[in-house]
Design a binder for this molecule. Structure first.
Ligand SMILES: [Zn+2]
Length: 610
């Protein structure tokens, strides 16, 4: 009788998040996330996931429920495929995650390469249960424990905020392995926390963020499944003031000495666009003296060219500011954002958010912030006037931004500001190389998508992505996993399972966790062990906190595992050829593969000790 977990994706890579839980008392299976793979090898990985209508060796129809951490495609993008393969259980998530996920899935369904159509997305929609809206079930407070199945007392879950994205939650499972009806003390229950993606907001008021602070794991959590995207990187954490001043400097130099400057900002529709809108408005409102060239002919219009941003996500984001939970507190949105805090009451806040995010123009506010939502924004440049144009998507691989860039990039008065991660092979990647003064060896995608040659670019290209990251850096991840934040309860030492990062980041994070734990014995909750699972690692027993070999994997599991290994190896070699991955990493991967193959389905000796 117990709870065990298996890790099915985002292992040694940042995409394809998917984890499985097995309640051996009831023989029910659950998933945490079902994300799509992106980048090299993604097609093979996607095919391998559902071989024979199974996922992780289990028939999709046998999965009782999915717990969804957040709306990003690498966590939610394969829900339609799960449904196509027979899944009919509930999908538990937050209200914002529900609508943001559906919005992305409906968008994707228009493209044949997605592999599903709108009807499948409608099925996904009928299965989704937003835990924080479901008042009949029980009042929702972030972190409030509820039953996984209403008729079963032994198994509960709770949501806590990670501040990575509006609506994003870490999900903790709490399991009583004593006979049904036996009560156990809090610290005797089995607890495993899936940390989702960890954000970087530790002081929302000071950082001027759209979302509230990270809620740290509970003192009783024993196992933390921790992401490691930036496990090897240390970044400075900027205050609100520092961030808008740096943005102001970029805007000023983009406008300086130009007759009719155009500033184009490719941005991701979910949250990044709204963050940029708020920051642009904040520059114009709080520090106009830093941007004299930008405002010399009056405040520039900020044009949000994507209608989806205006009509879908913006509206959902606005409602987060007014949604109340059981303790009368809005769940995710940070009302202490310096610009939003200027609204004197709820009516003013609603007007401001509607004006900034939702395309509902308010005449009084228009004098302060000339925000226009819509596809028709006239000529790219206007005589003697600056224009700021936002468009999605952030990697310039499709959407409204493509047409805008094809003109703007040929214009010497234009500046393009990149705002997020650019994966290799996208037009945004080519532009990020140009911003660094480097050359993309393979700009084919740029030419075929944007429609102009790289040598015809006359615009200035800058990357301001460093101002905006949704992910915690190494210090933030260590803090989330290990730092005690309250004195009134004893902490249990944690076992960390590192996922969602390449091998190098995972190794560096492992080292950083061990080092910090040794150096900060008083502040650390204590580190028991660190695991870095790979495909085919087997089941993790949440009680003994160790991995156990799958007893007898069937042919379909073996085939799925080998296909996934093949796809990952192919991706690694391609990344090496692009100069993106050192050869030692591939050798290490091959050794892992070899070890695992020899054992059939098992563990490589010593692989799991920290
Ligand atoms: Zn994410």
């Amino acid at each position: 009788m117990g709870l065990r977990a298996k890790f099915l994706g985002a292992l040694g890579t940042v995409t394809g998040s998917c984890h499985m839980l097995h309640d051996t008392r009831t023989d029910r299976y659950y998933l945490v996330d079902c994300g799509s793979f992106q980048g090299i090898g993604s097609r093979q990985l996607a095919e391998a996931r559902f071989i024979g209508g199974r996922i992780g060796g289990i028939e999709c129809s046998r999965i009782s429920a999915v717990f969804l951490t957040h709306a990003h495609a690498d966590h939610s993008g394969m829900l339609p495929h799960l449904v196509l393969n027979g899944f009919r259980g509930s999908i538990f998530c937050t209200e914002f995650t529900k609508w943001a996920t559906l919005s992305t899935l409906y968008d994707m369904a228009q493209f044949p390469e997605a592999g599903y159509d709108q009807d499948v997305v409608i099925k996904v929609q009928t299965l989704m249960r937003s835990v924080d809206e479901d008042e009949k079930y029980c009042p929702f407070v972030l972190g409030w424990t509820r039953k996984v199945n209403p008729k079963e007392d032994h198994f509960g879950f709770n949501f806590t905020r990670t501040s990575h994205l509006m609506g994003c939650v870490a999900i903790e499972f709490i399991y009583n392995d004593q006979p049904e009806g036996t009560s156990t003390k809090d610290n005797e229950r089995i607890r495993i926390l899936f940390g989702a993606d960890t954000g970087n907001i530790w002081d929302a008021a000071k950082q001027g963020s759209l979302v509230k602070d990270v809620q740290p794991p509970s003192p009783e959590t024993q196992t933390i499944v921790l992401e490691s995207t930036y496990g090897g990187r240390v970044r400075e954490t900027l205050s609100f003031r520092e961030r808008i001043e740096r943005l102001a400097d970029e805007l000023e130099s983009a406008a300086k000495d130009k007759a009719s400057p155009v500033i184009v900002i490719p941005t991701f529709a979910i949250q990044r666009a709204q963050e940029i809108i708020l920051d642009l408005a904040s520059v114009l409102h709080f520090i106009p003296e830093r941007v004299p060239s930008l405002i010399k002919e009056g405040k520039p219009p900020i044009i949000v060219s994507s209608s989806r941003m205006a009509n879908g996500i913006g509206v959902q984001m606005r409602s987060e500011f007014f949604r109340l939970n059981g303790k009368n507190k809005a769940s995710f949105a940070n009302r202490n954002h310096p610009l939003l805090a200027e609204a004197r009451d709820e009516t003013e806040l609603r007007l401001l958010l509607s004006h900034l995010f939702c395309g509902e123009s308010d005449p009084d506010l228009s004098a302060k912030f000339d925000i226009q939502h819509g596809q028709n924004f006239g000529p790219l440049r206007e005589p003697d006037r600056c224009k700021i144009i936002l468009g999605s998507n952030g990697m310039c691989a499709g959407g409204g931004i493509v047409g805008i860039l094809s003109k703007a990039l040929q214009d010497a008065d234009a500046t393009v500001l990149l705002t997020g991660y650019q994966s290799s092979g996208t037009p945004g990647f080519t532009l990020s190389k140009i911003a660094k003064g480097e050359i993309d060896p393979k700009p084919e995608k740029f030419v075929s998508t944007i429609g102009i040659k790289v040598e015809d670019i006359r615009a200035t290209v800058r990357n301001i992505g460093g101002l905006y990251s949704a992910h915690a850096d190494q210090a933030g991840l260590v803090r989330y996993c290990l730092k005690k934040d309250r004195d009134d309860r004893p902490y249990l030492p944690v076992t960390a399972i590192l996922v969602h990062g390449d091998e190098e980041s995972r190794d560096q994070l492992r080292e950083a966790l061990q080092k910090w734990d040794l150096a900060n014995k008083k502040d650390s909750r204590g580190l028991k062990e660190i695991f870095t699972p790979s495909m085919g690692t087997g089941w993790y027993d949440c009680k003994t906190r160790s991995f156990v070999q799958d007893s007898a994997p069937g042919d379909s599991e073996r085939l799925a595992e080998l296909t996934i290994r093949y796809a990952m190896l192919k991706a690694a070699v391609e990344r090496h050829l692009e100069g993106d991955l050192p050869a030692e990493q591939i050798v290490k991967y091959l050794q892992d593969t070899d070890g695992a193959l020899k054992l059939g389905h098992g563990l490589r000796q010593g692989h799991f000790s920290p």
